[in-house]
Design a protein around this ligand. Structure first.
Ligand code: AMP
Length: 326
């Protein structure tokens, strides 16, 4: 069935002269990699088309991927808009998306909002980049892959899959990554961009390890309050990064970062887990995402502690009924 959707998507792309590509707000490596990768692929394949990458926000840590485009609103009227890696319309990083003539949604989140005129959603994929790589291989006689496009897509695959460690990684994932790798990716530079940290970031990490809390059953969490963000000169994005610092604690199968958003006066929640799912917990707190990586929002410290209590209960039940977890 998905072969049919892919063909329809290719036909739509071929029928439009103007194409706009967008991703989700607060982008990660997959959102940027998949959109940059597709745009490069389409520009190289169809040099006569006007193809734009348009988003309302960006992420400083991905600035090495280069800039994006700005377009006037009238461009949308006859444009095809392709969103990638964006489960719900609320998360599209393009306030003008509804002005486009048609929308194609390409995504790997659990389907909750089929907002596209065409929706190609495969939630078993470890990244959206994997889908774009698959799209390319399906039509490789009609599409042109460059080293640059392959590098963007490979970047999204390695980041969203935790370097090919997370749930959803399959032999197919590795075969698609291998196909991209054959385009001559400069992996030394790519991984330097992904791994190198500033002394300031390491100081923050040290603080996080000193101050993180652990519940009775092992849920690790930290609250990045407004005061803490000021102390370390953090913006919302850099404060949110701390979730990754909590990921390697033995016995803490669920870990959560709470980040106060002073502008919206709410608390962003980043939930992660191994061995057990936390998506339902995220949904309960106004969010969602993947089984083991999800986001939510809480509106008070009281609600934050309620979420922690729920997470603790979930982990307690899991530990009581399963063996072999770490
Ligand atoms: P994050 O912690 O923002 O990296 O999000 C982890 C995953 O959950 C990503 O795939 C997001 O797209 C998804 N996600 C984050 N926040 C939300 C939300 N409020 N509603 C639905 N999905 C979300």
């Amino acid at each position: 069935m998905n072969e049919e959707i892919k063909l329809k998507i290719l036909e739509k792309i071929e029928s439009y002269r103007t194409i706009i590509v967008s991703r989700h707000i607060r982008p990660d490596g997959d959102a940027v990699g998949s959109t940059k990768g597709l745009v490069r692929l389409l520009k190289d394949t169809y040099p006569a088309k006007d193809i734009y990458l348009v988003n309302d926000d960006y992420a400083d840590y991905l600035a090495f991927c280069g800039s994006e485009d700005t377009v006037t609103e009238d461009i949308y009227e006859n444009a095809l808009l392709i969103t990638i890696d964006t489960g719900t319309r609320k998360r599209i990083s393009n306030a003008n998306f509804q002005k486009a003539k048609e929308i194609i949604k390409i995504d790997h989140h659990i389907e909750a909002d089929p907002y596209g005129d065409l929706n190609w959603v495969e939630d078993f994929r470890s990244s959206a980049c994997e889908m774009i790589a698959d799209f390319y291989l399906t039509f490789k006689d009609r599409l042109k892959m460059s080293t640059e496009a392959a590098t963007y897509l490979y970047m999204g695959m390695v980041t969203d899959s935790g370097r090919f460690r997370f749930e959803g990684v399959t032999g197919e994932t590795l075969r698609l990554a291998a196909a991209l790798f054959d385009f001559g990716i400069d992996y030394e530079t790519l991984f330097a961009h992904l791994y190198m940290e500033t002394p300031e970031r390491l100081k923050l990490k040290s603080y996080v390890y000193d101050h993180l809390q652990t519940t009775k059953n092992g849920v690790a969490y930290i609250y990045m309050s407004e005061a803490l963000q000021k102390q370390f000169h953090l913006n919302l994005e850099s404060a949110s990064d701390v979730v990754s610092d909590l990921s390697k604690i033995r016995g803490s199968l669920i870990w959560v970062a709470f980040i106060y958003n002073s502008e919206k006066q709410e608390i962003r929640v980043r939930l992660r887990s191994r061995f057990l799912g936390i998506n339902d917990l995220a949904i309960k707190y106004h969010g969602g995402g993947h089984n083991m990586a999800a986001g939510a929002t809480v509106y008070s410290e009281e609600e934050m502690y309620a979420l922690i209590e729920d997470a603790d209960k979930l982990l307690g039940e899991y530990k009581a009924t399963h063996e072999g977890w770490l």
